[in-house]
Design a binder for this molecule. Structure first.
Ligand SMILES: [Zn+2]
Length: 729
């Protein structure tokens, strides 16, 4: 899943919102220790029948459960059950079975003992009235509709019904074994008003109509086993747009008002699935793939064969440059392999799902947008993790301390895990890495796994023992913090490179053993050396013919790291002109030390205007923006017309930081003329920083405009708050 981070960038999955906007240090080691749940039976099949009273927000269900005991003398069965009330339990012959419902469970007692290997079937009848789950009591944000929710019609969406089974929401809409170490097949048979469509997992078996009661009954069947948190039901007046990849049906379930806009976000799904088929070497493992739009979440959730996507996935043409959705489509589609085909045994192991889905986003970005955008995508993931590492905590990726499953769905699981997979790929080599992944997927298809299963699959497929890699990157917290320096020895024509790891190792962060590529460029050419850092300090001597023009640390930008590398002005200027995208961006930011030199400033301005890649232009502009003299004002104004919206937004922000009331008309004009919502929002924020209260009506008008994710309204309100708050203090 990708979680909802309220406004901004939802992550790939239902990132729920326990790690809210304010990042504060968290003592994660005070959390209780958790373990995979032991079980006494193996659930084989659930046949879930449901009907609804939308007005009363009530539903009635019958779940016919088939299971097999995992021990002899099996006389009772405990099912997870929340929110609904069980009214009866009956055996296959319809005879009543004894049961007891407690706050979180239903205990069913059988009149005789069953043996290991027996199969038994019984039916639980239940109902829930005026459903209103307190999601916070289950570790989710208050706005998260855990379980089964009834949505009233709003301007944004029609009236509809949808479930959110992640992470422990299934138990709110049907009784069952709701922990990820069990997989079962299931049917969903739902009766709804006749103008609704119903989507669930698997194959649509039938639709029958009752003209007397004006209802339709949809019968869905998921015929390959999956864990309960991937069960889904969505019902509403959807329009179903049909697509396909060869024989694989691919459908988009969208609100009637979104039919024209939906293809912009969803139409590349077949291409994405074809990409993932080829990448992972295992064809899409389910009978069909649906995506359905729902309200109330910011990202998506990868229910088996039927991903739910938050309604902000669909947008108009103008929003497409600011908020493209393909990354989310790719993330959720990747889950159909990672998380669904192989699933995790326990909530401590979720990186097997989320890190791979997030890694797949990066691979898709590189494939679709080119290597440079791919590099920026990976850098952003590293930085997202580093922000969490610096402000909240550093934990091992596989981590067994949590109160609620949702606490593990953080930037360690998503972004750090994705960057670790990238490093694993570099370590193993392309062919070996993907061969091992294919072996893992095939060996454990339709099974729950833990990290050791992956470690073993790597050994089986490649012969490589990567236990040391997993130990430091998956089972230990933190990341390396490098201090890099070198000395040029003119007489002996060589450089001595020193690499220190200076991270604090008192809290379990290791000294990392890691390969590092070093590129040295001289006037005669370049060479790349592959070295290892595996101690607090390592030094290397290279013979080179002449003084280096550039010594590049981590050529290829593969490592998750913090680092400092003090360089001369000349070397940074060379790097700004000649290195790869991330090297040029880095050099621009390092040159901030030398902006008292007019030549440096002129070169940065040149780069800010003419570098071919937006990320470098943006980095160069940041340095110009730090110069508070009037001379650079016109330059920033001109850069706020850059062809890339992120660059324009940065220029507008830097201009706003000058708090110059003379810029009010300029910002108004930019707001009115820019076609990017992100740049417009920045123009509004900058207006707020100008300190001129006469712009309040302008901001108030902007606050009434609708925009994707309400980005314009939020910016206008923030600007107003700043503006009106200022004078009072
Ligand atoms: Zn996800």
């Amino acid at each position: 899943m990708k979680r909802t981070l309220p406004l901004l960038l939802a992550l790939g999955c239902l990132l729920a919102t326990t790690q809210a906007a304010t990042a504060q240090p968290v003592d994660i080691y005070s959390r209780p220790r958790k373990a995979e749940r032991s079980r006494t039976y193996d659930a084989l099949h659930y046949r879930i029948q449901l009907r609804f009273d939308e007005q009363a927000k009530s539903f009635w269900g019958e779940n016919t459960i088939t299971l097999t005991p995992l021990h002899d003398g099996f006389t009772e069965c405990v099912l997870d059950a929340e929110t609904f009330t069980v009214s009866a339990v009956t055996d296959e012959a319809g005879r009543a079975l004894d049961f007891e419902q407690t706050p979180h469970q239903v205990r069913v007692r059988f009149p005789r003992a069953y043996a290991y290997g027996d199969t038994l079937t019984f039916t639980v009848a239940y109902h829930a009235e005026n459903v209103d789950v307190d999601a916070e009591a289950f570790g989710m944000s208050a706005s998260y509709d855990l379980g089964l929710g009834f949505k009233d019609e709003t301007p944004e969406h029609p009236r509809l019904i949808n479930t959110l089974s992640f992470p422990e929401g299934a138990r709110h809409w049907f009784p069952g074994y709701d922990h990820p170490n069990d997989r079962a097949t299931n049917e969903v048979i739902a009766t709804v008003r006749s103008d609704y469509q119903v989507l669930s997992n698997g194959r649509l078996v039938s639709v029958s109509e009752d003209s007397v009661h004006q209802t339709k009954t949809f019968h869905w069947s998921q015929e390959l086993p999956h864990p309960t948190y991937l069960f889904v039901l969505v019902a509403g007046p959807y329009v179903v747009l049909e697509d396909s990849l060869g024989a694989l049906p691919i459908n988009y379930w969208v609100y009637p008002k979104d039919v024209a806009d939906a293809p912009r976000s969803l139409a590349r799904t077949p291409e994405i699935i074809a990409f993932l088929n080829a990448l992972y070497g295992v064809d899409f493992p389910w009978i069909k793939y649906d995506q359905v739009i729902i309200p109330g979440i910011g990202g998506g959730a990868e229910s088996t064969t039927a991903t739910v996507l938050g309604q902000s996935t669909i947008h108009d043409a103008r929003a497409h440059q600011d908020f493209p959705s393909e990354w989310l489509v790719a993330h959720e589609a990747a889950h159909q392999w990672w998380g669904n085909l192989v699933s995790y045994r326990d909530w401590s192991q979720i990186w097997i799902s989320e890190s791979f889905a997030t890694f797949s986003e990066y691979l898709w970005a590189g494939h679709d947008l080119g290597a440079e955008e791919g590099a920026v995508n990976l850098l952003n993931k590293k930085n997202a993790y580093l922000r969490e590492a610096h402000t909240r905590y550093q934990r091992p990726i596989v981590f067994d301390r949590w109160r609620y499953p949702n606490e593990n769905f953080d930037r360690h699981t998503y972004q750090k895990g994705a960057t670790v997979l990238h490093m694993l790929r570099q370590q193993m080599g392309e062919a070996a890495f993907f061969r091992a992944l294919r072996h893992f997927l095939q060996k454990h298809a339709y099974q729950p796994v833990d990290t050791h299963d992956l470690m073993i699959a790597i050994k089986e497929a490649t012969g490589q023992n990567l236990d040391w890699f997993f130990e430091q990157w998956i089972f230990s917290p933190g990341h390396p913090v490098f201090e890099v320096s070198y000395t040029w020895m003119e007489t002996s024509k060589h450089i001595r490179l020193r690499i220190d790891q200076v991270q604090d190792t008192t809290q379990g962060v290791p000294i990392f053993k890691t390969p590092i590529a070093i590129k040295v460029v001289t006037s005669e050419g370049e060479l790349v050396k592959h070295l290892w850092s595996n101690a607090r300090r390592v030094t290397f001597d290279f013979d080179i013919g002449s003084k280096p023009l550039l010594v590049r640390f981590d050529e290829g930008n593969h490592l998750l790291k913090q680092w400092t590398f003090e360089k001369s002005k000349e070397e940074l200027l060379y790097q700004l002109a000649h290195d790869d995208v991330l090297g040029r961006s880095w050099a621009a930011s390092e040159l901030s030390t030398f902006v008292d030199d007019p030549h440096v400033v002129a070169t940065l301005m040149q780069s800010a205007e003419h570098d071919a890649f937006w990320h470098v232009r943006r980095s160069a502009i940041e340095q110009i923006g730090a110069l508070w003299d009037v001379a650079h004002l016109d330059f920033l104004k001109q850069r706020s017309l850059d062809r890339h919206a992120q660059v324009r937004a940065t220029a507008l922000r830097l201009l706003g930081d000058r708090a110059d009331a003379d810029l009010v008309d300029f910002f108004k004009k930019r707001f009115e003329e820019d076609n990017s919502y992100v740049a417009q929002a920045e123009a509004l924020r900058s207006l707020g920083k100008c300190g001129d209260r006469s712009v309040a009506p302008f901001l108030e008008a902007a606050a009434r405009l609708s925009s994707p994710r309400n980005i314009i309204r939020s910016a206008a309100e923030g600007a107003l708050e700043l503006l009106m708050g200022d004078g009072e203090s």
